[in-house]
Write a protein that binds this ligand. Structure first.
Ligand code: ZN
Length: 507
């Protein structure tokens, strides 16, 4: 009897075992996970908002690390269930780009029916009705020095799939802070003020001196503080988590709020006109503290009272205007002027030019030093009354000299760029992180018979070409990247060109 009972038990065990294993097998799901293919490196088109160079830019690509955990949710028949335990990654590839993980389907999920898997990592998520909502609490406790930052990511997959292709969850913003004031500062990043449905703040990392290895602050970015010495820089990486139930939302109308030396500072709303933030993208911005004001270098100006005097720290002390004559803001083209004229006009022809008698460019009535070109007066530099900057903006402003253009070229880092859809050339100081932007205002039609708006820019100096041909004046010209470069050149005086003023008044 006892033997029979044992045998029966054995039989029962034998009979039960396979079915139990089968059940676990059925409920166990194994995945191979990949990092997002759209690594947020600075070379990715659209990632650079203001032309900050990519060379030393933060690379937001990420790698799987031992101990990383993935929260798994399963949606079936409109209901969402969370897996009992977090999945720990394993089999991490040497480049950190792939790993595998497994989980067991929640008890309430019927494995024979259809379901959808939602995985979240790098950030805590929870069930909200039939959705999975990401919270602002970052899950990794630290980030690896010199490698990458922690990036919240997620994936969805259908039943039967074994691939978890993670996607970035947030919009990222990399903020370079320069302290050009005389004293060291404590800087708190209070985040960008944004519109819903984004979380106004999320976590930030402040990395003193642009190095990895700062501290990470969860949720409340305002508690993040770092000291930036005079002349020093810091890098802040922040991420903004969208409401994941809304797809394709944007952040716009952003203003930076910061606390410098304990005082709250808010930038102007000039960023309103900037590109919107979309999630999965990274944005690079530069902000400068000069001792009293927080500037965006891509913003150029501290407020909307243009024109501003921009001090690029040039050797001669020359300061440039933030915008063109006739423009309301730095990104506007403004007016065109023939050289030595002070009002714009519908067309720019020889016959309509003020200083050619009868439209004859060899019968010049002012600014001439060779009799073969007209009446010699040996004036080579525009007098104030013929200077479009002086006449339109007042005695504190003049059109630049050729030397001033030369100095601008020699003491700034300049390149063709696109700011909020406006093409042009940016000139960034080599010493203080301030910048001026010259829009590619082009030239009026009938102006030499070539080109077109936004393929280049021409900016008059106040200096005539004191050689042959005398009907030319010195100009700063640039063409877009496909056409070439930035150069000091000469241009027929009667053509319409932009004017960017230099400041000559008392501050
Ligand atoms: Zn301005």
């Amino acid at each position: 009897m006892k033997k029979i009972a044992s045998l029966l038990l054995l039989l029962l065990t034998v009979a039960l075992l396979p079915s139990c294993e089968e059940d676990i097998e059925k409920r166990q799901v194994i995945f191979t996970a990949t990092m997002p293919s759209d690594d947020l490196s600075s070379s990715r088109p659209g990632c650079i908002i203001n032309g900050v160079p990519a060379a030393d830019a933060f690379n937001l690509s990420d790698q799987w690390k031992t101990g990383d955990k993935i929260q798994i949710f399963v949606r079936q028949d409109g209901k969402v269930y969370q897996a009992e335990s977090l999945s720990v990654v394993s089999d991490i590839s040497s480049d950190g780009k792939t790993c595998s993980f497994e989980f067991v389907l929640p008890k309430s999920v019927k494995p024979e029916s259809d379901y959808e898997i939602i995985g979240v990592t790098g950030v805590e998520a929870q069930i909200d009705g039939s959705n999975v909502v990401a919270l602002c609490n970052l899950k990794r406790e630290s980030f690896d020095s010199g490698k990458s930052v922690v990036l919240p990511m997620w994936f969805t997959a259908k039943k039967g799939s074994s691939k978890a292709n993670f996607r970035h969850l947030c919009a990222y913003e990399i903020l370079y802070v320069s302290n050009v004031s005389d004293a060291s500062i404590t800087f708190k990043h209070s985040g960008f003020q944004t519109q819903t449905p984004w979380y106004r703040y999320s976590a930030s990392i402040l990395l003193p001196d642009g190095k990895y290895g700062g501290k990470e602050v969860q949720g409340d970015a305002e508690s993040n503080e770092s000291t930036i010495p005079s002349g020093g820089t810091g890098t802040i990486v922040s991420w903004y988590i969208p409401n994941v139930t809304v797809d394709g939302v944007t952040i716009n109308n952003v203003r930076l709020k910061a606390v410098v030396n304990g005082n709250a500072v808010t930038t102007t709303d000039a960023l309103k006109s900037y590109k919107t933030f979309t999630y999965g993208s990274a944005y690079y911005m530069q902000v400068t503290w000069d001792g009293s004001t927080l500037y965006f270098s891509n913003e150029f100006c501290p407020d909307s009272n243009h024109p501003h005097i921009i001090d690029l720290g040039l050797p001669s002390g020359t300061k440039w205007a933030c915008c063109n004559i006739g423009a309301n803001v730095p990104l506007e083209n403004g007016n065109y002027y023939a050289w030595g004229e002070t009002t714009p006009k519908p067309s720019y022809t020889k016959s309509g030019y003020k200083w050619y008698i009868g439209g004859d460019d060899h019968n010049i009535s002012k600014y001439c030093s060779m009799s073969s070109y007209g009446t010699v007066d040996n004036r080579t530099e525009l007098e104030p009354e013929d200077d479009a900057a002086y006449v339109n903006w007042g005695p504190e402003w003049r059109m630049p000299s050729g030397h001033q253009f030369r100095e601008l070229l020699d003491n700034t880092t300049s390149h063709w760029t696109n700011i909020n859809g406006t093409e042009g050339y940016i000139f960034k100081s080599n010493t203080n992180n301030r910048a001026v932007f010259f829009p590619a205002a082009g030239w009026p039609s009938g102006n030499g018979g070539y080109g077109g708006e936004e393929s280049g820019g021409n900016y008059w100096s106040r200096i005539m070409f004191n050689d042959e041909p005398q009907n030319y004046a010195v100009i700063l010209g640039f063409r877009n990247s496909s056409m070439g470069s930035l150069t000091l050149a000469y241009y027929s005086r009667h053509h319409g060109s932009s004017v960017r003023a230099v400041y000559v008044g008392q501050e």
